[in-house]
Design a protein around this ligand. Structure first.
Ligand code: MRU
Length: 344
């Protein structure tokens, strides 16, 4: 396997190393993943996360096992276990299905080549999304984003965060409101950290501040990522996205979703068919960090903790994909049905 040196994922000496995203921003701890149970645990615990990134990480891990000499039967079991690690982001299923097909068609060498191409292609998809999306953004816009959709969440520069980064690189004078993104704080812990590193001007807010900022006319656009996009344009993304879309419509603020074609799921006719991951109650009751446990709710507090919500297509103004930017009439005419990709 070729060496890789991404912000959140590296490949060295044929092994996949992950920047443990649960430890950011306090500590930069790199994990070398040896076994498939380790990679499954890393995906479930969100040590590696973001829809495109979990597909890429799982694919490169299977390639590493193939290169280490694992038999085809073992690899097929690994692919099945990784495919089931998280249920909502279709990129993981897309990547694992491509590896399974390559394994049965071309054996071990097919697995390695396919995994490399999934990772390489994700970099290119991010670039295309960034170019397409940045063209929408006007000078001086104040953009709200949610969760983390940057270089930690993809093999490239990101999806929604990549669009923002490109507009910043184009000197459009933009600034960003970063939602902290309860309960796991991907915005506060990860997006703020990434934007700080690349110099994108941002201000961190709690999720509950977005409504007031919109009413005060201090938000010009909302751009978020996606974990799965149904054929009718409904979008599964981090919990809280739907609320932002409702708020944006009420305040007449354009709401965009940025994603690669690997996030499209033409087999889901609508968002109702998308499985939403339910996560542990402990994530809402408190936090576990390097300094130990901090709980702010009773240990037995009943908790509801869906990791994602579904935003109906009727609330979305732009779908920013690698193949272009689509509006509601394109989507109603079936633009997302066909899937498709900018690169072969
Ligand atoms: O639970 P997470 O942190 O994996 O959720 C991530 C998101 O919801 C992102 O918005 C989405 O995966 C797009 S990442 C480019």
């Amino acid at each position: 396997m070729q060496p890789r040196d991404g912000l959140g994922l590296k490949v060295h000496d044929g092994r996949v190393c992950l920047l443990d995203q649960t430890r950011l921003p306090q500590e930069e701890v790199w994990l070398t993943i040896g076994s498939t149970p380790e990679m499954v645990e890393a995906i479930r615990a969100l040590r590696v996360r973001g829809a495109p990134m979990i597909g890429v990480a799982a694919a490169l891990h299977v390639a590493a096992r193939a290169e280490a000499g694992d038999e085809a039967d073992t690899l097929a079991d690994d692919i099945a276990a990784l495919r089931a690690a998280r249920p909502t982001a279709v990129n993981l299923m897309f990547a694992m299905d491509r590896l399974a097909a390559a394994l049965s068609r071309n054996g071990i060498s097919g697995v390695i080549a396919t995994a490399e191409s999934i990772a390489d292609r994700d970099v290119m998809l991010c670039e295309a999304i960034a170019d397409n999306g940045a063209a929408l953004i006007g000078a001086g816009e104040r953009i709200l984003t949610h969760c983390n959709t940057g270089a930690l969440a993809t093999a490239g520069i990101g999806t929604a965060a990549g669009v923002i980064r490109r507009a910043h690189e184009q000197d459009k004078g933009i600034s960003v409101w970063v939602d902290e993104t309860r309960p796991l704080l991907q915005g506060g812990r990860l997006t703020a950290w990434e934007f700080g590193q690349i110099g994108v001007p941002y201000t961190l807010i709690t999720d509950s501040m977005a409504a007031a900022l919109m009413r005060e006319e201090r938000i010009d656009r909302v751009i978020v990522g996606a974990d799965r996009i149904a054929a009718n344009g409904d979008v599964a993304n981090k919990i809280g996205t739907y609320g932002l879309a409702v708020l944006a419509r009420y305040h007449e603020i354009p709401f965009a979703v940025a994603a690669p074609y690997t996030t499209l799921d033409p087999e889901c006719e609508t968002g109702a068919a998308i499985e939403v991951e339910q996560r542990d109650a402990a994530e809402v009751r408190g936090v576990t960090g390097p300094a130990g446990d901090l709980r702010w709710a009773p240990a037995d507090a009943p908790v509801h903790n869906p990791a994602f919500d579904i935003t109906p297509a009727t609330l979305i103004d732009h779908w920013i994909l690698d193949i272009g930017v689509f509006g509601p009439s394109d989507v109603a005419a079936g633009a997302l049905d066909a899937g498709g990709a900018a690169f072969g």
